[in-house]
Design a protein around this ligand. Structure first.
Ligand code: F6P
Length: 342
């Protein structure tokens, strides 16, 4: 059996640990051979691959990024795209099965290809932690750790200057990073896409913290829109996929907070720093286990499934369970955090 691995969509700390886990389990338990497609589905469509012998994955668990490269290429577009073309390419390359490591878009593509009869299994990946059917995705813990370290630093400079500090974290559709990083760093306000919050409420939390002698700290998800506003509030146009270009809400909020509270306010957009660098030990272990389990799924012929974390167990779920729903922050988790605001 020759297995092709690919990493697709935004990168994420832990991708290399998945690759290593898959290759080592495949070689040691099943005597499988591995290749890696370069840059996600682009490599599949163009037949661009690299061999992945055991020595190629030596020591890579601690490396950020992905040794295979990634892209947001759609497997259904272009003359080499679509199930029939991909089937022919895999046959020509003598690849018997594909392990697709990616987020919602990647796994949705994999599901459609499986429905057309292609032998694919998935591994869920995103720093946003917004994939349903798995308790956590690897990369989320690392992104939180990076965000908390940065926010702790913002707090000391904010306190020295008696300023309000606004930290913008990633999270296009969901506020998991803001919720966890904000709670861990003792934020006075956490703003997430799932919960409508007025500007007046934000000003109140900032004033309350200031009146207690604190330097107010606001942690906001990039996808947050204040109550009564629409996406144009912090819009920076659209990206090449037609999605709103995010990264800027913090800089829009800061002057409004300053005007309304009279407190000097600064904004910091953490951006892609949250996706780079070495994964935490938690993410390395989770990613390694998911990579190993994905090879067991191939061995069992469980096409159209992905591996998932439930409690401490790694289970298999249908890809459809992960791609049809975003895992949003539930209201009770936000209400719990809100007790600490102001
Ligand atoms: O989905 C992960 C994510 O990091 C989002 O939080 C963010 O909005 C997006 O990717 C950024 O994508 P890109 O790297 O294409 O700008």
């Amino acid at each position: 059996m020759r297995i092709g691995l690919l990493t697709s969509g935004g990168d994420c700390p832990g991708l290399n640990a998945v690759i290593r886990g898959a290759v080592l389990n495949g070689i040691k338990s099943y005597d499988y051979e591995f290749v890696g497609f370069r840059d996600g589905w682009r490599g599949v469509k163009e037949g661009d691959l690299m061999p992945l012998p055991r020595h190629q994955v030596r020591g890579i668990s601690k490396q950020g990024g992905t040794i295979l490269g990634t892209s947001r290429t759609n497997p259904f577009e272009g003359e080499n795209g679509g199930p029939e073309q991909i089937r022919q390419t895999l046959a020509r390359l003598e690849v018997d099965a594909v392990i697709a490591i990616g987020g919602e878009g990647t796994l949705a593509g994999a599901q459609r290809l499986c429905e057309a009869g292609l032998p694919i299994v998935g591994v869920p990946k995103t720093i946003d932690n917004d994939l349903d059917a798995t308790d956590y995705t690897f990369g989320f813990d690392t992104a939180n750790q990076i965000a908390v370290e940065a926010i702790d630093r913002l707090r000391t400079t904010g306190e020295s200057h008696h300023r309000c500090m606004v930290a913008e974290v990633m999270g296009r559709d969901v506020g998991w990073i803001a919720l966890h990083a904000g709670m861990a760093s003792g934020a006075h306000a956490i703003l997430i896409p799932e919960v409508s919050t007025s500007m007046e409420q934000i000003f109140t939390w900032v004033r309350e913290a200031h009146e207690r002698g604190r330097a107010p700290l606001v942690v906001v998800s990039e996808g947050f829109v204040p109550e009564g506003e629409d996406a144009a509030f912090s819009s920076r146009g659209v990206d090449r996929h037609g999605r709103p270009r995010l990264g800027g809400i913090g800089e829009v909020l800061a002057p409004l907070i300053e005007q309304n509270t009279g407190l000097e306010t600064r904004a910091t957009v953490l951006g892609h720093i949250q996706r780079g660098g070495v994964p935490t030990a938690f993410d390395r272990v989770l990613a390694t286990r998911l990579g190993m389990a994905s090879v067991d799924s191939v061995a069992a012929g469980q096409w159209g499934t992905m591996v998932a974390l439930h409690g401490t167990q790694i289970n298999r779920v249908p890809l459809s369970a992960a791609v049809n729903n975003l895992k949003r922050v539930p209201q009770d988790r936000y209400d719990e955090a809100k007790i600490l605001f102001g």
